[in-house]
Design a protein around this ligand. Structure first.
Ligand SMILES: C[S@@+](CC[C@H](N)C(=O)[O-])C[C@H]1O[C@@H](n2cnc3c(N)ncnc32)[C@H](O)[C@@H]1O
Length: 245
C-alpha cells in the first residue's frame, strides 16, 4: 500500500500541481454525462473541477492516502451522490460499481513503480473507447534533488518511476491502449522563500525518504539536501500522456 500524505501541509504550499491540473483538465474532452475516475485525487482540487464538468455524470475519486481523502471530504460542501470517494491502491482491482468512461490523473503515476501493473489495472477499469488523460513526473524529473538526496543518504532512494516517452508508449500499448500520445515537458519551479522551500522539500518531494528514517533524523536530512542544492528550484520534467482503450 502507498504511503500516507500530510494533506494539510500539502494544500498550504504554492503547488505547481494547480497548473498541471488545469492543463490536464483542458486535454480531457467531456460531454457532461460521463463517469470519470480521478486516479490519485489527493485533496480533490481537480476532483471538484471534474464534478462541475460532468453535471449529469459521476466522479470516482480514488487515492491511497487517508489524510488526502479526509481533506477532500472536508471540501465537499454539498452531499452529492455524484461523487464517490474511495481509498484504494491504483495497482489493485478498483472497487468501482462499473467501468468508467474516462480516467484523469495528476502528479500520481510516478509514485507507483510498477507501471505495467498500473496501466493493466487502469485499462480493466475503463470502458472500450474510454480516454486516459494524465500527467506525472517523466525522465529527468527532479534529478538534481534526487541526486542530492541520494548523496546525503549515502545510497540510492528508489521510490519513483520517471519513465521516458517511448517506455510509456510501449507500456500503454501493451496494456491495450491505442491512440497513444506521450511527451516530456521540462517545467522548473522556483520557490522564493527559504522556509517555504524547506516545507516543499519536506512535504512534496522528500516524503518517501523521510518516511523511511527515524523522526529525529528527518529535519537534518531536509536541511542537508537543501544545502547541497545550488538554488531553490524544483527541476520538474513532466510526462503528459493521453490514450484511448
Ligand atoms: C502529489 S499527490 C497528487 C494529488 C492530486 N492529484 C493533486 O494534483 O494535487 C500524489 C497522490 O498520489 C497518491 N498515490 C500514490 N500512490 C498511490 C497508489 N498506489 N494508489 C493510490 N493513490 C496513490 C498519493 O496518496 C497522493 O495523494
Amino acid at each position: 500500500m502507498a504511503r500516507d500524505w500530510n494533506a494539510a501541509g500539502y494544500t498550504a504550499l504554492p503547488l505547481p500541481h494547480v497548473q498541471w491540473g488545469a492543463r490536464t483538465l483542458a486535454r480531457l474532452p467531456l460531454n457532461g454525462d460521463e463517469y470519470v475516475l480521478d486516479a490519485g485525487c489527493g485533496p480533490g482540487r481537480d476532483t471538484l473541477a471534474l464534478l462541475a464538468r460532468v453535471p449529469r455524470g459521476r466522479i470516482a475519486a480514488v487515492d491511497a492516502s487517508p489524510q488526502m481523502l479526509a481533506e477532500l471530504r472536508s471540501r465537499v460542501t454539498e452531499k452529492s451522490d455524484r461523487l464517490e470517494v474511495i481509498q484504494a491502491d491504483l495497482t489493485q482491482p478498483l472497487p468501482l460499481r462499473e467501468r468508467v468512461d474516462a480516467i484523469f490523473s495528476v502528479a500520481t503515476f510516478h509514485w507507483i513503480t510498477d507501471h505495467e501493473a498500473l496501466f493493466d489495472n487502469l485499462a480493466s477499469a475503463l470502458n472500450q473507447d474510454g480516454r486516459l488523460v494524465a500527467e506525472c513526473g517523466g525522465r529527468g524529473n527532479i534529478s538534481s534533488i534526487h541526486r542530492a538526496a541520494d548523496e546525503v543518504l549515502g545510497r540510492p532512494g528508489e521510490m519513483w518511476e520517471f519513465p521516458a516517452e517511448d517506455e510509456t508508449s510501449r507500456r500503454l500499448q501493451q496494456a491495450g491502449f491505442r491512440d497513444v500520445h506521450v511527451r516530456l515537458r521540462p517545467d522548473p519551479v522556483h520557490i522564493e522563500q527559504f522556509e517555504v522551500w524547506l516545507d516543499y522539500l519536506r512535504v512534496v518531494v522528500l516524503g518517501g525518504y523521510l518516511d523511511a528514517m527515524p523522526a529525529a533524523e528527518q529535519e537534518a536530512f531536509v536541511r542537508a539536501v537543501a544545502a547541497q542544492l545550488p538554488d531553490q528550484v524544483v527541476d520538474y520534467v513532466r510526462l503528459e500522456l493521453s490514450a484511448r482503450r
